[in-house]
Write a protein that binds this ligand. Structure first.
Ligand code: HEC
Length: 99
């Protein structure tokens, strides 16, 4: 009986480690970012600036919540609230409006 339990744990471990391995490629596959624009690294930076600075006072809004025209004054206003430079604000703006 004890033997069966151990065998089950070993088996469960193998299944689990395979399952977690198979989820890695999906996390890495971000093809559309690469094909959309050559400024990928800037957009990635904008995304991380956005996620790290813009959720302090309220929940993050979706980039789709506003169009490029509307985002401009909002980011201008909010970058000051978040104490970000114009350059960082522009990176966030680019990320929010890339679609
Ligand atoms: C210091 C707090 C604070 C930070 C940091 C902040 N916000 Fe806000 N945000 C607010 C407040 C307060 C409001 C609602 C009142 C207003 O519009 O001023 C708001 C409203 C918004 C709205 C709703 C639309 C609108 O016109 O009111 C959006 C979109 C938004 N913020 C985006 C951002 C983004 C993008 C950033 C990062 C650059 C950010 N916020 C950082 C406080 C903050």
């Amino acid at each position: 009986m004890k033997y069966k339990v151990i065998a089950f744990i070993v088996l469960a471990n193998i299944v689990y480690s395979c399952a977690s391995k198979s989820s890695v490629p999906t996390a890495v596959a971000k093809k559309e970012d690469v094909s959309l624009t050559p400024m990928t690294s800037e957009l990635v930076e904008g995304k991380s600036l956005y996620e790290n600075n813009c959720a302090r006072c309220h929940q993050l809004y979706s980039p789709q919540d506003f169009n490029a025209q509307d985002w401009k004054p909002i980011v201008n206003r909010m970058q000051k609230k978040a104490n970000l430079s114009d350059i960082d604000g522009q990176k966030i703006y680019k990320y929010l409006t890339m679609k």
